[in-house]
Design a protein around this ligand. Sequence first.
Ligand code: NAD
Ligand code: UFG
Length: 338
Amino acid sequence: MAILVTGGAGFIGSHTVVELQQAGEDVVILDNLSNADERVLGRLKAITGKDALFYKGDIRDRKILAEIFEKEKITSVIHFAGLKAVGESVEKPWEYYDNNITGTLTLIDEMRRHGVKNIIFSSSSTVYGDPDAVPVTEESPKKACTNPYGWTKSMLEQILSDVQKADPEWNVVLLRYFNPIGAHKSGTIGENPNGIPNNLMPYITQVAVGKLKELNVFGNDYDTPDGTGVRDYIHVVDLAKGHVCALKKLAPGSGLSVYNLGTGTGYSVLDIVKNFEEATGVKIPYVIKPRRADDIACNYASPARAEKELGWKAENGIREMCEDSWRWQKNNPNGYAD
Ligand code: NAD
Ligand code: UFG
């Protein structure tokens, strides 16, 4: 019996594979390597001592999905595979809708054809749009998204909810991640963005390692304590553990469940810079730039439901997040390349 992890070679997927294997689960990975490096597999084995069965392929490819469901004894799917760059999704909406939506529709069709009706889906705090009040709970309204990437998450939540409603044999967990950063303590796996990073922490670590000159802080005139944007950063290992806890919600009759995975604490961009400098001793030069299009001022989670129902709570604080992001970047300035 095994768990199929789509996108399992990626940032959050690889950390989740570690936690699953360490919890005694057998893992099968399906990843087309569009945003991952196959060398992560050797690193995973070095951490856990276990092999994950790897299929290189696409979630839109029915043949490979059928092969996996026929050959492997899959009980549940943790579905990370997807494209995730907000700006790119505005440039290439068709590619995002095709990859994320067609891909997920194909996956769930092959799942039901093979009688596998348990899925954990990677959603995002982006479905809350610009929230009226923080912290957001799972009952906070979903709002209009500002980019095709966000819409894929919002629409896929709806699609999975409707599929579950029509066929109660399905058990569906929607996990709304806040802002994952950090890396495994070993410093051997971590986030490995292509090109210039879009997200804050990988940008900071690339400044720290000397690949980029300075951080651009996008706006210091928001209605926040220091004027810079506030987010709920969560250690990727805590996030990964949230998936292991969420497996219990795939028991027969569980139905549809929705959880925020965040820490409940908001940090501003300048808080992150300061904490990173304190944790690592490396100075991060920065310049204030205009606001980034469609950015929101502030969002952080109420993680109370996940704690109550899953017994899950983030354990790492901002210092560990900074230390662990830095260890990964410092030890692997070129990602998995050397
Ligand atoms: P990632 O890009 O590192 O991982 C995604 C993986 O999916 C990659 O390894 C990629 O090669 C693979 N993939 C993409 N399209 C595929 C396809 N059609 N078939 C097979 N494999 C495919 O991203 P991540 O940060 O690990 O994110 C994982 C999931 O979590 C994504 O669905 C993402 O949208 C979601 N999410 C991420 C964040 C974040 O800030 N990192 C926040 C909220 C939600
Ligand atoms: N920021 C900078 N400079 C940078 C990068 C980011 O100042 O170079 C600021 C942003 O303006 C924002 C904060 O840092 O205030 C965080 O920005 P990120 O891009 O790291 O994260 P976002 O919250 O904007 O978005 C990310 C993902 C989304 C996802 C969301 C919630 O990109 O896809 O987290 O999970 F939906």
